[in-house]
Ligand binder design. Structure first.
Ligand code: ZN
Length: 172
């Protein structure tokens, strides 16, 4: 009968094993630090703001795109004349009044209306009809406007700071 069959907790190559253990912990710490940095970066106010603003700009562009047909239908029913205000589209041409406002409306309790300029029936297709100026990508920079032309084109100008480009549009 042996009383010492399994030493159990006594590894034979203790040196290598503990080095492996230290190395493993070191790797784990590095991984955790990197993960922490990535999470910190993603959650940083600037990145969050950019992400949120990009999302809102996409929603706003989609909203403007949905106003193309109501405007065209209104003009078709009024011998080519566009409405004096966007509100005139509701309820006959637009079923939801929310479509007449930027999706940033409601945030901070503000009503964010679009700037609407009634185009002349003979105005060219590149005439800007609706502009949203409620989006700022970088604080301190001018707003990044989203525009809808009479022809139905949506133009987005992003002011990211440093590099800005003028809107590629021709005013009537
Ligand atoms: Zn908007």
């Amino acid at each position: 009968m042996s009383t010492n069959q399994y030493p159990g907790e006594r590894p034979q190559k203790s040196g290598t094993s503990s080095w492996l253990k230290v190395g493993g912990i070191g790797c784990l710490v590095i991984v955790l630090v990197v993960v922490g940095l990535v999470i910190g970066l993603v959650r940083s106010p600037l990145v969050q703001r950019n992400f949120q603003q990009s999302k809102l700009m996409a929603e706003c562009s989609a909203n403007l795109g949905q106003l193309r047909q109501p405007l065209k239908r209104y003009a078709a029913d009024h011998s080519g004349s566009y409405p004096a205000t966007l509100a005139e589209l509701y309820p006959k041409y637009v079923s939801d009044q929310k479509m007449l406002q930027c999706p940033t409306s409601g945030q901070k309790g503000a009503v964010c209306s679009y700037d609407y300029t009634r185009p002349a029936p003979t105005a060219p297709g590149n005439t800007i009809v609706i502009v949203c100026r409620h989006h700022t990508m970088v604080q301190g920079q001018p707003p990044s406007p989203i525009e809808l032309t009479k022809g139905g084109t949506i133009i987005t100008v992003r002011h990211m700071g440093g590099h800005t480009r003028p809107p590629a549009t021709t005013r009537p």
